[in-house]
Design a binder for this molecule. Structure first.
Ligand code: AMP
Ligand code: ZN
Length: 468
């Protein structure tokens, strides 16, 4: 299996530390608001990675943190904490209890989003608020080893003491000094130095620590939770490309400085989902679309998953509802074809044309080439040399990697998409006629539908509509 490793800038053969179990850490959401569909791209990517490893025979231990405390508004160590912002927005008291409640609310919504997108649940979803003791241990260790120093608003990591700082993605220290990325706190020794423990400013809100009441820095949370559940080093660390420059370089610096071992062997990053104009979809910006927006528009949310799989995870995408609707039409076509194929076939592994489950595995083993896997799926479904029932069985097997949940979709009556309103109306009238066993009307309606260029078939799973 080959994976692109941001650490080396190359596709590499994947070699796990332990051949029985692969450890993966995904930087999880900050639960101060609903996730947007850009965030969810990061987790669909992580899910395809997990499923592909499982398909290749590995057992996977996947850990995804929930940042429910102490996240500042940007990569910089300045500004208001995101969780505090959420308390103010929702007119809640500035207490840890209220912060926990707000975090639980958005964590719950996030887990629902994962389920809706048929994302397998990670094995562990540790909350930052429950791992402050582990953060403090690492900060103490960094202090003992001379990597940390105190200034008026907290404890900072001294990047000048870590010569390899910025190695991930080749972040250049000289460039950092120009102040392009980090707002300057005049007390910091170097512009790239980052916060490990932030002292409270508002109403003594925070956790006790040897340095005073406050919150752990965002980066230290990931170092502590990944080490606790996966050990150090572990195999694969994932996140969006926006985390390469600061968050992940900071995780690397502090974990390696504290424990003299690499943090993770492979670093994988998904590209962004952008809004038209090319800007990254962001929680604070305009064009913030949630999965619920898609559901409310009566679009099948799995069409969003299909849409994402149509591009490699390392390719930026510009979101549009037209493109999503195109994906939904394609997914519906796929499901409708499957509905016409009988059960009871066998899974083809590798026939004389090289068609079968092995091929899907090979495509995904090449750095998760989902667009080629989807294209192959279409070639396969149309291959008349293979019996329809075998095609059905094999495609449902493929779906263990793609996770479109086809097995459930074929049981459902799909909302027809890309079908004129007039046809939809006739379909629903025909559905009622069928329900009241009025076969004459049902046949007449079928003809009317035909005259508009669509064919309707009755299956065990209800009416299936196709373009003639
Ligand atoms: P956050 O909750 O902001 O920490 O983000 C959660 C995950 O979503 C991180 O892995 C981010 O890198 C990723 N992410 C944020 N915005 C986007 C976007 N527009 N497209 C893809 N991934 C994103
Ligand atoms: Zn992280």
């Amino acid at each position: 299996m080959k994976l692109y490793n941001t650490l080396t800038g190359k596709k590499e053969d994947f070699k796990p530390i332990n051949d029985k179990m692969v450890g993966i850490y995904n930087c999880g959401p900050t639960v101060y608001n609903y996730a947007h569909i850009g965030n969810l791209r990061a987790y669909v990517f992580a899910d395809v990675l997990r499923r592909t490893l499982e398909w290749s025979g590995y057992k996977v231990k996947q850990v995804m943190n929930i940042t429910d405390i102490g996240q500042l508004t940007s990569d910089a160590d300045e500004g208001e904490d995101k969780m505090v912002k959420a308390l103010k927005r929702e007119a809640l008291p500035l207490t840890l209890k209220a912060m926990n409640e707000v975090g639980e609310k958005y964590k719950g919504a996030f887990i629902e989003d994962l389920k809706t997108l048929n994302i397998e649940m990670p094995d562990k979803m540790p909350k930052a608020s429950e791992h402050v003791a582990e953060d403090i241990e690492i900060i103490k260790k960094l202090e003992e080893k001379g990597f940390a120093y105190k200034i008026s608003d907290g404890i900072y990591f001294d990047t000048a003491k870590f010569p390899n700082y910025g190695k991930l993605g080749g972040v250049n220290k000289a460039k950092l000094k120009e102040g392009a990325r980090v707002t300057s706190n005049p007390e910091k020794k170097n512009p790239a130095d980052f916060n490990l423990w932030k002292l409270s400013t508002s109403a003594n809100l925070g956790f006790d620590s040897p340095w005073g009441t406050g919150f752990p820095g965002w980066h230290i949370e990931c170092s502590a939770m990944s080490r606790k559940y996966l050990g150090q080093p572990f195999d694969i660390h994932t996140g969006g490309v926006d985390h390469i420059g600061t968050h992940h370089n900071n995780e690397i610096a502090q974990s390696e400085a504290a424990f003299d071992a690499p943090l993770a062997n492979y670093w994988m990053h998904n590209e962004h989902l952008n809004i038209s104009g090319g800007e990254k979809m962001a929680k604070s910006g305009e064009g913030f679309i949630t999965l619920q927006t898609i559901v409310k528009k009566k679009i099948n949310p799995l069409a969003y998953r299909y849409y994402l799989l149509g591009a490699n995870y390392r390719t930026p995408m510009i979101f549009s509802f037209e493109a999503l609707s195109g994906a939904e039409t394609a997914l519906n076509r796929l499901v409708n074809i499957l509905k016409t194929m009988p059960e009871g076939g066998k899974v083809i592994e590798n026939n004389e044309n090289g068609f079968g489950t092995k091929k899907i595995g090979d495509l995904l083993d090449d750095d998760l080439d989902t667009p080629s896997a989807i294209a192959f799926l279409w070639d396969f479904i149309k291959d008349e040399n293979i019996s329809p029932s075998d095609r059905r069985a094999t495609i449902l097997k493929f779906d263990e990697t793609l996770g479109l949940n086809l097995i459930e979709l074929i049981k459902k009556e799909l909302a027809p998409v890309g079908i004129p309103h007039a046809v939809k109306k006739l379909l629903s009238e025909r559905e009622s006629a069928r329900a009241s066993k009025n076969w004459n009307d049902a046949d007449k309606l079928r003809d009317e539908i035909k005259s508009l260029g669509f064919e309707v078939k009755d299956t065990d799973n209800g009416q299936v509509i196709t373009e003639i």
